[in-house]
Design a protein around this ligand. Structure first.
Ligand code: ADP
Ligand code: MG
Length: 275
């Protein structure tokens, strides 16, 4: 198996689509609505941040996207295939082949080495021992941990553990990476490094990222799209790289609301007197 960028989908085609998805849970005879009629299309190779207060439905949405949970109504289409009619076994195969998960608590197996943790999804996918060791090494190198293969999770820092988890998430070459508060257990500097790694690796490999975070600054710095959930509904859907002021104050000649993401250089205005 090689790390390769798959053929690009047709322009305008979404890799992930939620169509009128609702989810409610019944607990002790009380119905809790976690998502209400959410529709959404996500472009291939984009980095989408899902933000919102605790309890707004972020994890529910990610779990439904990842086939860990089923919607009460509505449909999920990922990579051109609908999830609703799939059996539990087919959903398990979908999670294994199409999705890479990254969790806040890393979810590594404590008595496995870093290398064994990364190799585990390959074993589940039927890759032979020699091949999976080789690929696990390659993945650990990609996340900067080539010298930590034999360390167990307890012998690694939080940031290193999350790097192992990122390598593991990439093991089966998934098209979509789903990360639920992946930096929630890390200090802010390590958090930025980890988000940078997720975004850079996905970009290099042509992957699509959906990232749950309650930190809007993280979303602004790392995502190309920021969707806010509030009470299980989409409250806003913006390009976080566009300063709010640019939308409110129209540049000369451009109608309000047409601002596009400025190139990085445009963020620093040229010095007065510069040629
Ligand atoms: N398994 C469950 N059983 C019952 N209620 C749940 C379950 N999972 C989530 N909820 C409820 O759904 C709502 C959304 O939860 P969640 O998606 O976890 O929010 P977030 O990730 O934004 O904090 C909350 O009110 C939560 O209590
Ligand atoms: Mg959550």
């Amino acid at each position: 198996m090689e790390l390769s960028v798959d053929d690009p989908p047709a322009p305008g085609q979404a890799i992930v689509e939620l169509i009128d998805v609702s989810k409610s849970y019944v607990l002790d005879l009380v119905r809790v609505t976690a998502l209400t009629n959410v529709s959404l299309k996500i472009e291939p190779r984009s980095v989408t941040a899902i933000v919102g207060r605790s309890g707004s439905g972020k994890s529910t949405m990610l779990n439904i996207l990842g086939g860990l949970d089923r919607p009460s109504s509505g449909e999920v289409v990922v990579d051109g295939r609908a999830l609703r009619k799939r059996s539990s076994d087919e959903l398990a195969a979908y999670r294994r082949e199409t999705i890479g998960f990254i969790f806040q608590a890393f979810n590594l197996i404590p008595h496995f080495s870093a290398l064994e943790n990364v190799a585990l999804p390959l074993a589940l996918a039927g890759v032979g021992p020699w091949k999976r060791k080789q690929r696990a090494r390659e993945l650990l190198a990609r996340v900067g941990l080539e010298s930590r293969g034999s360390h167990r999770p307890a012998q690694l820092s939080g940031g290193e553990r999350q790097r192992v988890a990122i390598a593991r998430a990439l093991a089966n070459d998934p098209k979509v990476l789903l990360a639920d508060e992946p930096t929630g257990n890390l200090d802010s500097r390590t958090a930025d490094e980890i988000l940078e790694l997720i975004v850079k690796t996905s970009r290099d490999l042509g992957r699509t990222v959906v990232l749950v975070t309650h930190d809007r600054d993280h979303a602004r710095r790392h995502a190309t799209r920021m969707i806010e959930l509030s009470d299980g509904k989409i409250a806003s859907d913006v390009d976080p790289r566009v300063p709010a002021a640019a939308l409110a104050v129209s540049p000369v000649g451009a109608p309000i609301g047409t601002a596009v993401a400025p190139p990085p250089a445009a963020e620093a205005p040229p010095k007065a007197g510069a040629p």
